[in-house]
Design a protein around this ligand. Structure first.
Ligand code: SAH
Ligand code: TRP
Length: 335
């Protein structure tokens, strides 16, 4: 990281530029978020803090779990329709919000680079390790690709991505939209909408409403990878705020709330104890069975999404699903 985490631009190779906006971006709010989240009731922690280097690796393992169907379902859809979407949209720039390892992104980049040599890929992710690794891999794989990586927070840093006249496809895959609640989703969609010119397109992957068993299995894998991923947020808080939260004292809890159509992810203290967060001068007391809310993962239907897109001045112009109707891609354009 440049200058110990300050904003900086590092030229790592001719065709790769990586902008790091962490201290004034993703990590800027960790002190306030943790003070507020662990100081209130119920306790909660924002999900973007799952993703340090270890968290990104654990998520990558999640995507390969037999129970975690969303990645395979979304890959199947992309393999079928990405070329068609790209040829209709004709982008010379792909902006991807929260790409993680960007494995699925090949389905979009292959046709984009065929169409437009020298096209630009702009991955925006809080995980610096994820951005560096995908930039290395993609620059090896594609000749003529230009990569402008942005290490930052897609809830705060989108204004930095000023339009440069290139026709854009903005992708937001993996069901990450469902990790926002309804109010956050609307705000996010409106802000993202503002990045779009009339010919730009926004492609969003969302998990769909389905039976409880299938949903709960995807967030309670038998190898305990999801549990370790969930506990990782405690390690990130410890590392950044000099805390001693003890992951071993928390159980992973994930269940489907049918009424709200969402998976709730929590960490439950299995014994009463307290923790010290030195960086905040704060002691946190946990009662036996007390929970920290760490993540939600909302599940959607087409009509529900169409309403939300409309409220953000986005028109649904394409809807694509997999064989089992597990997951969907929405192609939208500004109205
Ligand atoms: N798109 C990938 C990864 C999904 S996991 C896939 O479909 O498999 C969510 C990704 O979003 C992670 O890479 C995480 O680091 C990133 N992320 C989460 N919150 C973020 C935020 N507020 N700003 C930027 N990136 C974020
Ligand atoms: N976007 C992913 C999802 O909602 C994130 C995710 C998958 C996740 N598994 C998780 C988040 C476990 C927290 C814990 O499916």
């Amino acid at each position: 990281m440049a200058g110990g985490g300050c904003t900086g631009a590092i030229e790592t190779a001719a065709e790769i530029l990586i902008d790091v906006h962490l201290r004034d971006g993703a990590l800027a709010t960790i002190a306030d978020d943790v003070r507020e989240g662990l100081g209130g009731t119920p306790k909660e922690l924002p999900p973007k803090y799952f993703y340090d280097e270890r968290g990104s690796q654990l998520f990558e393992q999640i995507t390969r779990l037999p129970e975690y169907y969303p990645t395979r379902a979304e890959q199947q859809i992309l393999d079928r329709v990405a070329a068609e979407i790209v040829s209709a949209a004709g982008p010379s720039e792909l902006v991807e919000l929260g790409p993680g390892s960007a494995r699925k992104t090949h389905a979009l980049l292959d046709p984009i680079l065929q169409l437009s040599q020298g096209a630009t890929y702009v991955p925006v992710d809080v995980s610096e390790s994820a951005i560096r690794e995908l930039a290395d891999r993609l620059s090896d794989h594609y000749e003529g690709i230009r990569i402008h990586g942005v290490v930052g927070d897609f809830e705060r840093d989108l204004e930095r991505l000023r339009a440069n006249g290139d026709r854009r496809l903005v992708a937001f895959l993996g069901g990450t939209l469902g990790n926002f609640d309804q109010r956050q989703r609307l705000a996010f969609l409106r802000r993202t909408r503002r990045m779009l010119g009339p010919d730009d397109r926004l492609l969003i992957g969302t998990d769909l409403v389905k039976d409880r068993k299938r949903l709960e299995a995807a967030y309670n894998d038998s190898d305990g990878v999801t549990a370790e991923f969930n506990r990782n947020v405690l390690r990130v808080v410890n590392a950044n705020l000099d805390g001693d939260l003890d992951p071993a004292r928390f159980d992973h809890v994930a269940f489907y709330d049918e009424r709200r159509r969402r998976i709730e992810m929590r960490l439950r203290a299995h014994e009463a104890h307290s923790a010290r967060i030195e960086g905040l001068g704060m002691d946190v007391v946990f009662e036996h069975g007390e929970e920290i809310r760490t993540e939600i993962s909302c599940k959607f239907t087409r009509p529900a999404l169409e309403r939300e897109y409309a409220a953000a001045s986005l028109d649904l112009i394409g809807w694509y699903s997999d064989d089992e109707n597990l997951f969907a891609l929405s192609l939208t354009r500004p109205t």
